[in-house]
Design a protein around this ligand. Sequence first.
Ligand SMILES: Cc1ncc(COP(=O)(O)O)c(C=O)c1O
Length: 428
Amino acid sequence: MTRSEMLFTEAARFIPGGVNSPVRAFGSVGETPRFIASAKGAYMTDVDGNTYLDFVGSWGPMILGHSHPVILEAVQEACREGLSFGAATEREVEMAELICSLVPSIDMVRMVNSGTEAVMSAIRVARGFTGRSKIVKFAGCYHGHSDSMLVKAGSGVMTAGIPDSAGVPAGCTQDTLTAVYNDLESVKELFQACGSEIAAVIVEPVAANMGVVLPEKGFLEGLRRVCDEYGALLIFDEVITGFRLSLSGAQGYFGVRPDLTTFGKIIGGGMPVGAYGGRREVMELIAPSGPVYQAGTLSGNPVAMAAGLAGLRLLRDTPGFYEDLNQKADRFFEGMKDALAEAGKPWQLNHIGSLGCIFFTKGPVSNYAQAKTSDTKAFAEYFSFMLRQGIYLAPSQFEAMFLSAAMTDGELEGVLESFKNYLKESQF
Ligand SMILES: Cc1ncc(COP(=O)(O)O)c(C=O)c1O
């Protein structure tokens, strides 16, 4: 028995399913989760001493690679000053100014502790601002685990085989309307039926929780137009895409301006951080300046702010950071596409910037229904093969591959070789 297996057995006695977040259980790929002991640069090492090239990157935050010395130093310095004060600090001001300076649609921002909290709070302020109740989301988009968003959610909800979570009263989701990703008509129909009751449309500008699904040309622009026509707010959930696709997120990449934006992952540099921000007149409604209540004991925590600030400044101050990372990722994903074509496999590969995903299905994947046609058994075979080659992928068909700046072209070429070997051996 490996140490990971022993720990998983022990964990299952004390932690539901043995893990603190469902997808970590490796359930849908029929493997035992690897318990990680440490990580540095592009690699993670498990408790049995196996080292893996990491394509999960803590599910997004580690765009600079693990244990970046500048971030570690900033955290250590902040720790020496105190772990939490429950009072205002200078770093919070620096963080807010930095986010507002990098993302033009954001005049004001509030820090929270997770992406879930950011989304939950953005929805509340959108409802407070418009005086309306209904929210439009898209099937297959995941916006965290708050009650109203657990409707046709992607991510772990898909692989756990739970269509919608137990424990969510119907009353909590009655105002959540679901549209089809990349299908503007489905959005217009909802607005035609009850446009005056819709507070906001929330969307992942690149969907990265049903695998990776790109917005088709005109889709995001169309959402902007419909929201304007009906006086609803447009919320971009940039928990994954924020500071990943570009320094101004997916909104900068595609040139579409939302009213509100949610962040998480990268803005914490590896610490638990979320944020939501947007137009001044909307954000000013939040307590204590306005009547929309939202609070947090550890929000804007000094150690978390130090990590996030150090990370974001590195991204801002490294010349050509996104060009280099995105070009490296393009070469890699296009190499995978070529390998699929050479091997005569009909599978789909969607990618944008440093995000990508293979769908084990024949047709193009541009929405949830198409993503669900993927053969998850084929994915599990691919996952296990790659894991044994020391390549750590997200243990689910419906998650992204996250590339980091710490990966070299040489390492990525090695992964391509492994992938080609896998294609030769695949039973599918
Ligand atoms: C797009 C999106 N929104 C919200 C969340 C929830 O963030 P958290 O897990 O930090 O609560 C996630 C998490 O993966 C996400 O991908």
